[in-house]
Design a protein around this ligand. Structure first.
Ligand code: NAD
Length: 492
């Protein structure tokens, strides 16, 4: 086929220009990577004070550039300022404060006891920087999910290259300006771009890669890292179930679940994805959910669309994707119990509840990542457990119940990255908890001391002061043999 004729000369010229700019970016990335490798060697000796100074510089820049961050989040996501404060700025500042306050103790060597056979030796664990780290971020919290991991990387003494999402161009530009102002490129650098940029970065021999995004892309990232045996932290997503039983306070549960599903218009990795609801309380829940959404965002679809407190879907494609999930469910027989209005041009999806969703509907298979919730009824708690365990291990599990035995049953009968009882999303905000998934929803943990560990190499060190380890060396004299027999007997 003659591609020149099919594509036209202009298209070919454009493609050549794109190829050229990616090739140039690749050369630039390799140059910066080499510089960072040198800095990383020096930073192996870095003290808590030096690392804290870097984190303080970053924190100050975030606070100073708050207005630009609000404006960029408004441009990309129509994110209300209050939500920007709550879920972007506050989280980053809190992460920075925790690292500043606790870094000295996180960095301390941890003594571990000797085993019986090694009596007379001394062992400890050292937390060492991994080296040059790659951080790839998604679009839904484009500040917090880029800078949060960076704080952990800096706390652990690493240099870093950041790749923000191409779907939030305004925020990514503010992030680039901020990083360039605060750090030298051999300390922290940032490269904007889409798949090609990520792919080129992933070819480099990073010491650690921290990826936040979808499980599909997580697999690609892990496969690319495997080629260099680069260690990974994968913060992924999936379908987080929300169980509600008849013992729960239905009004409180509806208020909490509506917050989880409507904040950021449901575009949260740990948003309640779908509900497993005891049949007897389904209608009561629908009524309370409807009432609370009306109270918070407006009584009609038009009022909700006009609310300044409701974020938009990231782009038209994703709005169409969510609309497609609703349409598919309805075509298969599901009913819309609340909401249902979508305005693609305005990237608006009304908070929506779907009932009687039949098996096979796409909304029960795919991560929804939007303000739409299918309700699945159960009469026996085992049905809820079976449903969850038939799928992938979710990132979050939510249980709304006052029945202690039920809560215990749901926790011990399932596995998930994290879990929350009678609340949702809050597990993200307590940085003392390890945040992350399990298998399909993620590998490795983030936040506070757990993020520090994710970016640190735990190096075991043993010291032999009295040459005791040579007791077992050849030749195996009757004395050594006796000693070893004694050791085996002692251990058995
Ligand atoms: P995504 O996986 O499409 O993209 C994430 C990043 O990977 C972006 O920077 C993107 O440019 C890059 N990327 C995309 N395709 C790539 C490829 N083939 N090779 C290399 N890099 C590639 O995710 P998204 O749409 O930005 O975000 C939504 C997903 O992220 C959801 O699944 C959500 O649950 C998940 N998420 C998880 C967390 C968490 O903390 N666990 C937080 C937010 C979002």
């Amino acid at each position: 086929m003659n591609w020149r004729r099919v594509l036209g000369m202009n298209d070919l010229a454009q493609m050549a220009a794109v190829d050229d700019s990616i090739a140039m970016q690749q050369i630039e990335m390799q140059r910066v990577f080499a510089l960072q490798q040198e800095t990383a060697l020096q930073w192996r000796h870095s003290t808590a004070k030096e690392r804290i100074e870097r984190i303080e510089r970053l924190k100050a820049a975030v606070l100073e550039n708050r207005e630009d961050i609000y404006a960029a989040l408004m441009a990309d996501l129509r994110k209300p300022e209050a939500e920007a404060d709550l879920a972007e700025i506050m989280v980053v500042v809190q992460d920075a404060n925790a690292a500043i306050k606790h870094l000295k103790s996180w960095m301390k060597d941890v003594k571990v006891p000797a085993t019986t056979a090694l009596a007379g030796t001394f062992s400890h664990i050292r937390y060492e920087p991994k080296g040059v780290c790659l951080i790839i971020a998604p679009w839904n919290f484009p500040v917090n999910l880029l800078l949060g991991p960076l704080i952990s990387a800096l706390a652990a003494g690493n240099t870093a290259i950041l790749k923000p999402s191409e779907l939030t161009p305004a925020v990514s530009q503010v992030m680039e300006d901020l990083i360039r102002k605060v750090f030298r490129e051999d300390e922290v650098a940032i490269f904007q771009g889409a798949v090609e940029t990520s792919t080129a970065l992933l070819e480099m021999k990073f010491d650690h890669c921290f990826f936040t995004g979808s499980p599909q892309v997580g697999k690609i990232v892990m496969a690319a890292c495997a080629k260099n045996l680069t260690s990974v932290t994968l913060e992924l997503g999936g379908k987080s179930p929300t169980i509600l039983d008849s013992s729960a306070n239905i009004k409180d549960a509806a208020g909490s679940i509506a917050m989880g599903k409507c904040s950021n218009a449901g575009q949260i990795c740990i948003a309640p994805d779908y509900m497993l609801i005891e049949s007897s309380v389904q209608q009561a829940f629908i009524d309370e959910f409807d009432a609370v959404v009306k109270k918070r965002l407006g009584a009609t679809a038009e009022a909700q669309q006009a609310s300044p407190d409701y974020t938009r879907i990231i782009n038209e494609n994703h709005t169409l994707r969510i609309k497609g999930l609703i349409d598919d469910a309805v075509e298969r027989g599901a009913k819309i119990a609340v909401g249902g209005h979508v305005d693609v041009a305005d990237r608006f999806v009304q908070p929506t509840l779907l009932i009687d969703v039949p098996e096979g509907a796409r909304i029960l298979e795919e991560e929804i990542f939007g303000p739409v919730m299918p309700l699945i009824k159960w009469d026996n708690p085992q049905q809820a457990l079976n449903h969850i365990n038939a799928g992938e291990k979710p990132l979050a599990l939510y249980v709304y119940s006052k029945d202690e035995a039920q809560i215990k049953r749901m926790l011990s009968g399932t596995s998930s990255g994290d879990a929350a009882i009678n609340t949702c999303l809050a597990q993200f905000l307590n940085h003392n908890l390890p945040f992350g998934g399990a298998n399909n929803s993620g590998i490795g943990k983030a936040h506070g001391p757990h993020g520090f560990k994710a970016f640190s190499h735990e190096r075991g060190v043993i010291r032999d002061r009295f040459a005791v380890t040579q007791l077992f060396a050849a030749p195996y004299t009757p004395f050594t043999a006796k000693l070893l027999k004694f050791a085996v007997r002692w251990l058995s």
